[in-house]
Design a protein around this ligand. Structure first.
Ligand code: G1P
Length: 274
């Protein structure tokens, strides 16, 4: 079985919950302490042995490409000064990883964003990280690393899930299924952002996926769903019905940095930790 070598980062969304901060700055570039959200995601992918980063961007997102590139003027300014150490992490990322980009021209949902990334991924299984779900595992295996281990056993698409307050189901994709073993559930149902009364459980999808490449054809055939958007949740339910999809209750902390509350919690957490 081929190793997972590529990670896709859908990063074309407008980040309207963070206006006006996101008017000219991509939401993926908002920093928790001194690091942009997307850099945390890239570091998580690297910790899972991935060095090919595929990013789906959109208009007004050029700061992302500049961040993952050399900046000669800046380097020239700070070389040999104490501030140089602040650049060592991002310099290492640039040296060790390859970044490729494609633009999503229209915002037609997460499923559509992932399909837009097909050109960068090709015919192999790949990771997906939604950078606004910020995860931390201290020194233990990262969420993506854990998921790759599950993928190596089950050889199908894997989605990360977490128990949430039942009143919050309308913010997430929600799954239900059959327990295979501890923390491993075979998906039988999946609904995008159901109202609590319609939710099949309180197990919510978190922004980490391992997807097998047949998902692209399935997305192509998936009709617009919740919010008139092409939902990865709907495509994954089709994949689960045709074959198998596994939901994995991961170990680790996760912050919803797409919300102001989650962002502040993440900031406090990393501030204390550092
Ligand atoms: C997306 C997915 C949803 C998932 C969530 C995780 O929603 O559509 O199924 O639970 O990410 O963060 P979004 O938050 O982009 O609206």
């Amino acid at each position: 079985m081929k190793k997972i070598k590529k990670c896709l980062f859908p990063a074309a969304g407008y980040g309207t919950r963070f206006l006006p901060a996101t008017k000219a700055i991509p939401k993926e570039m908002l920093p928790v302490l001194t690091k942009p959200l997307l850099q945390y995601g890239v570091e998580e992918a690297m910790s899972a042995g991935i060095s090919t980063m595929a990013i789906v961007t959109g208009r007004g997102k050029r700061a992302i490409e500049d961040h993952f590139d050399r900046s000669y003027e800046l380097e020239n300014q700070i070389n040999g000064t104490p501030k140089e150490s602040l650049m060592s992490g991002i310099r290492d990322i640039i040296k060790r990883c390859t970044f490729s980009y494609t633009r999503q021209h229209e915002m037609k949902g997460l499923g559509h964003a992932i399909l837009t990334g097909e050109t960068l991924i090709g015919d192999e299984a790949f990771g997906v990280i939604l950078a606004d779900d910020l995860c931390d595992n201290n020194k233990e295996d990262s969420v993506l690393t854990q998921m790759i281990q599950v993928y190596e056993k089950y050889k199908c698409s894997i989605i990360a899930v977490q128990e949430i307050d039942i009143n919050d189901t309308n913010k997430y994709g929600v799954i239900a299924g059959k327990i295979e073993e501890t923390d491993i559930i075979r998906v039988e149902d999946m609904v995008e952002k159901p109202e609590p009364k319609d939710a099949p459980s309180n197990l919510a999808i978190i922004g980490r996926y391992i997807l097998t490449p047949d998902i692209f054809d399935i997305i192509r055939k998936t009709q617009a769903g919740k919010g008139g958007e092409i939902q990865i949740t709907d495509a994954l339910l089709t994949q689960a019905k045709q074959g198998r999809v596994i939901a994995y209750k991961f170990n680790g902390k996760r912050f919803d940095c797409g919300s102001v509350d989650g962002f502040v919690q993440a900031t406090n957490y990393f501030y204390k930790k550092n």
